[in-house]
Design a protein around this ligand. Structure first.
Ligand code: SF4
Length: 319
């Protein structure tokens, strides 16, 4: 029996499956290595959004980005109209990242396709969505999922657009959103993962109030040597709470992209981001000072109790 639940089976899963098939006695196991040989080459994840030449001369695949995988009926019709115009047979392929590919577009049609209103602002679909907005993943979230603690898709799309405007980044940054710990949006695999959870924010009266927030996971990777990031990162300055309010996310994510993914804040936002960073550092320093003061008070109390005990013992001995 092959265990489907053991993460690191011994012997390895592949060996177990082959042994299981061999036990059927029909010889099929001999085809496994032939039909499904283990990959030996380095695996490079293909970029799917954008325009890429196909092996067939003069033809191209055009990856159309569907923000957070949400396609309205009207957008689906518009995309079908574009496909009818430029793709033989009106073919549209869907990717596992919930985007679309228009295959077999002729070289001479590319400029006209690029200029189609459906694929340009103010419409949501695009061929060049950007390195941040083009790589957002989001679970269903509070709009349609009863388990969600926060709204995800609308926030994910809106915040990604804001980040595209604020930061230049030389590589794709994959931001994954998930509305609850079930992690349908796979936050642990994202460059930056955002998991819905409680957060607090000071209101106008100076009181900390519960608001929609996220835990932030930084540094998950995918591919051959992919590694899940299982622990959230403390990104919340002086607030004594795990979650970052969604309202505060833009500068938090901007800073992560700068610090971890070689991003550069665009000149018009540098002053604002610097002021936020200074305030965050001050809040962190204040938080550390409070923790240190509490620790010092605890040690002083323990020392005083020890000294009182020793004095009482000495007094008893003298009597
Ligand atoms: S992660 Fe949670 S909120 Fe998101 S779709 Fe899954 S169950 Fe719903």
């Amino acid at each position: 029996m092959v265990s489907l639940y053991h993460l690191r089976p011994t012997p390895p899963h592949h060996t177990q499956i082959v042994a299981e098939m061999a036990s059927y006695g029909n010889g099929i196991e001999k085809l496994v290595e032939f039909q499904q040989p283990r990959p030996q080459d380095h695996f490079e994840r293909r970029e799917l959004n954008g325009i890429f030449a196909q092996p067939q001369p003069g033809l191209n695949r055009v990856g159309v980005h569907v923000p957070v995988g949400r396609l309205s009926a009207q957008e689906a019709r518009d995309l079908a109209m574009v496909a009818d115009k430029y793709v033989p047979g009106g073919e549209v392929r869907l990717t596992v990242e919930e985007n679309a590919i228009l295959p077999n577009v002729k070289d001479e049609d590319l400029a006209a396709l690029r200029a189609e209103p459906t694929l340009n602002p103010p419409y949501r679909l695009s061929v060049n969505p950007g390195k941040i907005a083009g790589n957002v993943v989001s679970c269903t979230g509070a709009q349609f999922c009863g388990l969600a603690m926060v709204e995800t898709k609308n926030n994910a799309e809106e915040i990604a657009k804001i980040l595209e405007d604020r930061v230049e980044v030389p590589r794709a940054v994959r931001i994954h959103w998930t509305g609850c710990p079930n992690s349908c949006g796979q936050v642990q695999a994202g460059d930056i993962g955002l998991m819905g959870g409680p957060a607090k924010k000071m209101n106008a009266e100076g009181k900390m109030k519960a608001v929609p927030g996220v835990k932030v996971f930084v540094g998950g990777t995918i591919g051959e040597h992919g590694k899940l990031q299982l622990n959230p990162t403390d990104m919340n300055g002086g607030d004594d709470c795990d979650g970052v309010p969604i309202d505060n996310l833009v500068p938090v994510l901007t800073q992560i992209i700068v610090d971890k993914y070689d991003g550069t804040v665009k000149p018009e936002f540098v002053e604002e981001q610097t002021a936020w960073k200074v305030a965050l550092d001050e809040a962190d320093a204040a938080k550390a000072a409070v923790v240190a003061a509490k620790e010092a008070a605890k040690l002083a109390k323990a020392k005083a109790a020890e000294e009182a005990k020793a004095a009482a013992a000495a007094e008893a001995a003298a009597a």
